[in-house]
Design a protein around this ligand. Structure first.
Ligand SMILES: C[S@@+](CC[C@H](N)C(=O)[O-])C[C@H]1O[C@@H](n2cnc3c(N)ncnc32)[C@H](O)[C@@H]1O
Length: 204
């Protein structure tokens, strides 16, 4: 996802904090990225070091002790020179998991602890722990940028339209495509009509 979002770019090295057995590292290496990772259970001999991009993927949700969760997130943030990618499991998934309540999370039938987060709960926790404003990119996945300029550039690319083939811009009374000036609502309405027609044909 960080690759698709342009958050990991050519030349960036990546450090995977809590990398498990290193599956993400193998994929990044195959793509030609310099990367390394540490995990207390599987790669505890690797020294921690900083990198432009640090990933802490599905780690905080397995930590039982709430204070350790905070310290772990802070440690990963200290290593991130440009951006920290944080992901955790969401309450939406909890319905599919057989589990009994334990502390502020659950213990699953496999005997592992899981703290399932609400999307907003996770965001608030990241922001308050690190004293920053993270940016959501997908359910349960957030970017924490070191520089506000990088944060704004990402929001522009992803949410305002700079990353699409047809950038949009705000004008009095709404949004238009930058190139044609065509109002966005007209295009969206046309897309809705086309989709309805497609569904009608499919279900006929
Ligand atoms: C669900 S796995 C995720 C592994 C990998 N990041 C991934 O996305 O596939 C959670 C990992 O967090 C690691 N972990 C547990 N406590 C940790 C801590 N305090 N700091 C860093 N990693 C931790 C575990 O050893 C485990 O490998």
């Amino acid at each position: 996802m960080a690759l698709e979002d342009g958050v990991i770019t050519e030349g960036d090295s990546v450090f995977d904090f809590g990398c498990g057995r290193g599956e993400d590292l193998r994929q990044l290496k195959r793509l030609g990225f310099a990367c390394n990772g540490w995990d207390p259970a599987f790669r505890s001999d690797v020294p921690l070091h900083s990198a432009p991009v640090v990933n802490i993927g599905y780690v905080v949700n397995v930590i039982e002790d709430a204070r350790e969760r905070v310290e772990t997130l802070k440690s990963a943030w200290e290593l991130a020179e440009k951006v920290l990618v944080v992901s955790a499991r969401l309450t939406l998934e909890a319905q599919r998991v057989k589990a009994s309540e334990f502390q502020d999370g659950v213990v699953t039938s496999a005997g592992t602890f899981q703290k399932f987060y609400g999307q907003q709960e996770l965001r608030t926790w990241i922001d308050q722990t690190l004293g920053v404003r993270s940016v959501p990119t997908a359910p349960g996945v957030f970017y924490v940028f070191r520089e506000s300029e990088d944060r704004e550039q990402f929001i522009n690319r992803k949410y305002v339209g700079g990353g699409t083939s047809m950038p949009v811009r705000k004008v009095k009374g709404g949004w238009t495509f930058s190139s044609s000036g065509r109002p966005l609502y007209k295009t969206l309405a046309a897309a809705k009509r086309a989709y309805k027609a497609y569904l009608a044909k499919k279900n006929a």
